[in-house]
Design a protein around this ligand. Structure first.
Ligand code: NAD
Length: 471
């Protein structure tokens, strides 16, 4: 049994003022595997005070000092990669092949950000004018559970690169991985108060960060509903906000795509993190003329996406994070059937042999219309909607007919054509043929998928305020 009682404030692990104790539940079997004592408003205010005090010095730090800190953070996180991956698998049932990649990208974020900082001019001069990019102040970093360690590393790297001090409010459902990560980052010997971490409820710790006048900026990853409330409630203290929110990402399969490659690629994107990924490609748009071939190719490819123990490297789809998430996925599958979509694979209920935890059947719907609920709302589970189109223009129109605009994919043989199609999709990031990453490329959404960008120089600039001096 893991018992987590301490939070990280002013460079030390401290007992919280908060008294609420929350169970940590293992999603593969629904059993209690630990308990965490949650922080409250008082703990949050102590963490903010520590960050505010540290900012008076750290806000004046040089680029060289910050690059050294980023290197130390990288080394410290690298030392615990295996423990971090194991905690993610245990705590939210993240499949090990995906959790390992997420941890590695989090660790790499420190080095990628260090490089971006080296290349970012913090002072620009022309004529008698000097513009400097100044750290915005104390930053509140609020993360979602589905890749909590990655989000903490990414946001922390950008904030520190900019010279901000931080108070992190990780998801309360990620206490184990947060504990491992913070133990690791403690070894980076940051100046006291630069890094503070208080795990607690969103409406307690998160809300205090959002309303506290000593916090200048909120960088948030999570749902649209909470993102809206942060924007609204943060307005009173003129918070700067970066919001990384949900998605309903389209994958456009062009008529020249080779199905042996395109369908596995589309399914990887659909079932990413067991479908619990903001970027999951949950709408597959296919030419009507190839629909029958696509259906056969999907059925043939499904054995390569087995449900199973997330610790098994062969598993592609693990459990949902919680009973609530399990029920949400079930209700969307029911809704899809009620609205007239046809289940090609999967369907309601647990997969046979996986009745104990929060496992669902990876499900593919065909005969989906883009105005159906399952094509419009983020399900956050392994549920793919196949939608047919008659022309390239119609495919682009359907792709953009969504309130979201986070991620998209174009699958096809003619790369120039795929680029042309990608250039007409209203999304923050579009990949061609495979799920790839580039730590210099911005991450973030159009429309309801968010405000602002993370990664590389875009991520650092989100924590900076330009100051112009004119003589
Ligand atoms: P959530 O919005 O429920 O919670 C996110 C965080 O916000 C948690 O730490 C939570 O405690 C906190 N929170 C809740 N209420 C709050 C309040 N009133 N004030 C301040 N903080 C509050 O989201 P979730 O269920 O943890 O994550 C799933 C969602 O996150 C999905 O919509 C997914 O698409 C999105 N997401 C987006 C990205 C991205 O990069 N765009 C990445 C991962 C997840």
């Amino acid at each position: 049994m893991n018992t987590i009682t301490r939070h990280y404030i002013d460079g030390a692990f401290v007992e919280p003022h908060g008294r609420e104790v929350m169970d940590i539940i293992k999603p593969t079997n629904g059993q209690v595997i630990g308990r965490v004592t949650l922080a409250d408003e008082e703990d949050t205010r102590r963490a903010i005070a520590a960050a505010k005090s540290a900012f008076t010095t750290f806000g004046q730090s040089t680029k060289e000092e910050r690059t050294q800190i980023l290197r130390r953070l990288h080394e410290a996180a690298l030392a615990r990669v295996d423990d971090l991956t194991a905690a993610m698998v245990e705590e939210y049932g993240g499949v090990v092949r995906f959790a390992g990649l997420m941890v590695q990208s989090g660790v790499n974020a420190f080095l990628a950000t260090e490089k971006a900082l080296q290349e970012l001019p913090l002072t620009r001069n022309w004529g008698q004018t000097m513009v400097t990019l100044e750290p915005v102040g104390v930053a509140g970093l609020i993360t979602a559970w589905n890749a909590n360690a990655l989000f903490i590393c990414l946001k922390l790297a950008s904030a520190v690169a900019a010279g901000c001090t931080v108070v992190i409010k990780p998801s309360e459902m990620s206490s184990l991985q947060t504990q491992v990560l913070i133990e690791a980052l403690h070894d980076a010997n940051l100046p006291k108060g630069v890094l503070n971490v208080v795990t607690g409820r969103g409406n307690v710790v998160g809300a205090e960060l959002v309303r506290n006048p000593d916090v200048a900026k909120i960088s948030f990853t999570g749902s649209v509903g909470v993102g809206k409330s942060i924007m609204r409630d943060g307005a009173d203290t003129m918070k700067r906000v970066t919001l990384e929110l949900g998605g309903k990402s389209p994958t456009i399969l062009l008529d020249d795509a080779v199905l042996d490659q395109a369908i596995p690629s589309a399914l990887v994107m659909a079932f990413l993190n067991s479908g619990q990924a903001c970027a999951a490609g949950t709408r597959l748009l296919v030419p009507q003329s190839r629909l029958d071939q696509v259906k056969r190719a999907i059925v043939d490819a499904m054995p390569s996406f087995p449900v199973g123990d997330p610790a098994d490297p062969n598993t592609a789809v693990g459990p949902m994070v919680s009973q609530k998430q399990y029920e949400q996925v079930q209700s969307y599958i029911r809704k899809g059937i009620e609205e007239g979509a046809e289940v090609l694979v999967g369907g309601e209920g647990h997969p046979p042999g996986f009745e104990a935890g929060y496992f669902v059947k990876p499900t593919v719907f065909v005969n989906v219309k883009n105005d159906m609920t399952i094509a419009q709302e983020e399900i956050f589970g392994p549920v793919l909607s196949v939608i047919s189109y008659d022309s390239e223009d119609e495919a682009i129109r359907i792709a953009n007919d969504s309130k979201y605009g986070l991620h998209a994919a174009v699958l096809g043989t003619d790369i120039q054509r795929a680029h042309r199609v990608a250039g007409q999709i209203n999304a923050g990031r579009i990949v061609i043929n495979n799920m790839t990453d580039d730590p210099k490329a911005p991450w973030g959404g159009f429309k309801y998928s968010g405000v602002g960008r993370e990664y590389g120089q875009y991520g650092i600039e989100a924590f900076l305020e330009p100051r112009a001096i004119l003589a």
